[in-house]
Write a protein that binds this ligand. Structure first.
Ligand SMILES: [Zn+2]
Length: 133
């Protein structure tokens, strides 16, 4: 991420906040040791990725093909990682890897419960009848 901003001369620093290595989208969302620990803590069954996917979106497309990956948990975990990175960058606070992984799963669980309630509410309260002829 910083790499893109740096190439446009928006910023001059391109180091990962967690480990000091060069910061790319793939690094801060997939490869960084801290982030890799979050993925290990998650309940997802993730295939090994290799360096053929150089940027994070390539990792995403690769995982999209894999039916074993719970896509909602994957996407929400990615969002929680990004939120945590910003929390650390702007407020100097960082959550534990286990907390980030659990938070993502709780958010998905709540989303699915509310989605289920909404669907049953719609089924019970919306009575659609065809217009009179
Ligand atoms: Zn790092």
């Amino acid at each position: 991420m910083n790499y893109c901003l740096k190439s446009r001369k928006v910023i001059t620093e391109d180091k990962c906040l967690m480990c000091g290595k060069s910061e790319s989208s793939r690094h801060i969302l997939w490869d960084c040791n801290f982030v890799a620990e979050v993925w290990r803590e998650s309940s997802l069954t993730l295939p090994n990725s290799n360096n053929l996917q150089r940027i994070f979106i390539d990792v995403v497309w690769k995982l999209r093909e894999d039916q074993r990956v719970d896509w909602e948990i994957f996407a929400t975990t990615t969002w929680c990682l990004w939120k945590n990175r910003n929390l650390f960058k702007h407020e100097g606070r960082c959550k534990q890897t286990k907390t980030i992984a659990r938070e993502a799963e709780i958010l998905v669980k709540e989303f699915r419960q509310k989605q289920g309630k909404l669907k049953s509410w719609l089924r019970s309260s919306v009575n659609i009848s065809p217009p009179p002829l």
